[in-house]
Ligand binder design. Structure first.
Ligand code: IMP
Ligand code: MG
Length: 344
């Protein structure tokens, strides 16, 4: 996370003589603390440089993902014995051996950051680093309870573009149904839909499958419903799936955190088999690898609504899949109301 907007080349602050690494390797130099929110964690007190980082840490806590804040600095460039450029990713997720760098810089200003990431991948190809951009971050905020709740219609000016028409979606769903029917020849299936986004997809897909099947539903309590601070089922299965062939149906995968949790829980109930079918997959955003057997569409890294998918519970009933303008997620609640009032 960048505590300061990057007019000055703050990233190039020299850490002279702190570490000598040639060939380059991990070092453990910590940058000076930058103030801001302090929190107790299982790993001690952490001073976050930016509120967005504290928020992201809460999201990881919610999903029971262990994390360390800025544990490692990597040498990127060096002259003789001096390191001239370093990179300290914001988070490390030990269970996934993954580093995450957050940036809330404007899209137009992150070129430098991307260059740094590229350099990082050249010099330390064995290290997994993911960059979460401003837009990714707003999307996460929307999921943990930030933003407007009282939109009653979709202003056309909020739609960036339509990704898939109702016809394209119907064709692909039929194909998936045919594939599933062939693969499960001679077997019956329990289709498990993850509520609520899966509503239309499950209704259409189940009618495209020609095998005998049962339908059941699961719901995962979203992070902003704070009855608990850990991910849990808000609705569990009615059916016993032990010894059954289970096909988990999900509307959309972004990070894979939700699927990972659900798959692990279902696996523990010893189904005869467990496969995953996802209609929309934002593959480039995966943080966690979840084996997906059937994929409808691989879609770009943009927030989408329609055909069951919502933004703050709205837009599910649009018959197509569309991208909302990024500003829709960033817009402050009051600013939104004011703009709507001014327009009418
Ligand atoms: P994940 O845990 O990051 O993979 O997110 C999965 C859940 O986030 C989905 O089940 C959706 O409920 C929600 N979600 C992720 N991306 C979108 C989107 O673009 N539109 C609507 N909901 C989304
Ligand atoms: Mg869902």
């Amino acid at each position: 996370m960048d505590a300061v907007e990057p007019q000055a080349p703050i990233d190039e602050v020299l850490h002279q003589g702190t570490v000598d690494r040639r060939p380059p390797a991990r070092s453990t130099v910590r940058p000076p603390p930058l103030a801001a929110e302090t929190r107790s964690t299982p790993f001690g007190r952490v001073a976050f440089a930016h509120p967005a980082e504290a928020e992201f840490a809460r999201l990881l806590d919610f999903y029971r993902i262990a994390w360390h804040y800025e544990p490692t600095s990597f040498a990127l460039r060096w002259e003789d014995d001096r390191i001239t450029e370093m990179f300290t990713p914001d988070f490390y997720l030990p269970e996934h051996d993954l580093y995450i760098e957050l940036t809330t810089m404007k899209q137009s200003l992150i070129t430098r950051k991307h260059r740094k990431l590229r350099r990082m991948r050249e010099v330390h190809p064995e290290i997994n680093v993911v960059l979460l951009t401003r837009r990714d971050y707003y999307e996460l905020l929307a999921r943990v309870g930030y933003g407007a709740v009282d939109i009653t219609s979709l202003p056309a000016s909020d739609i960036e573009r339509i990704l898939y028409s109702p016809g394209e979606i119907a064709d692909r769903v039929s194909e998936l149904g045919a594939d599933i029917s062939a693969d499960y020849a001679g077997r019956s299936i329990v289709l498990v839909g993850l509520l609520k986004g899966v509503t239309y997809f499950l209704a259409d897909l189940s009618r495209a499958v020609t095998r005998p099947l049962a339908i059941d539903y699961l719901a995962v309590a979203p992070p902003h419903e704070r009855q608990t601070d850990r991910v849990r089922f808000a609705k569990d299965l009615d059916l016993d799936i032990e010894g059954r062939h289970v096909l988990l149906i999900e509307d959309i995968v972004t990070t894979g955190l939700t699927l990972d949790f659900v798959v692990n829980r279902l696996q523990a109930r010893r189904p005869a088999s467990l496969e995953v079918c996802v209609l929309f997959d934002k593959q480039e955003r995966h943080l966690i690898d979840v084996p997906i057997r059937y994929t409808g569409f691989v879609i770009p890294n943009e927030y989408v609504v329609g055909y069951g998918l919502d933004y703050r519970q709205l837009y599910r009933n649009l018959p197509f899949l569309c991208v909302l303008k990024p500003e829709v997620h960033a817009r402050d609640h009051r600013a939104r109301i004011a703009a709507m009032n001014a327009a009418t």
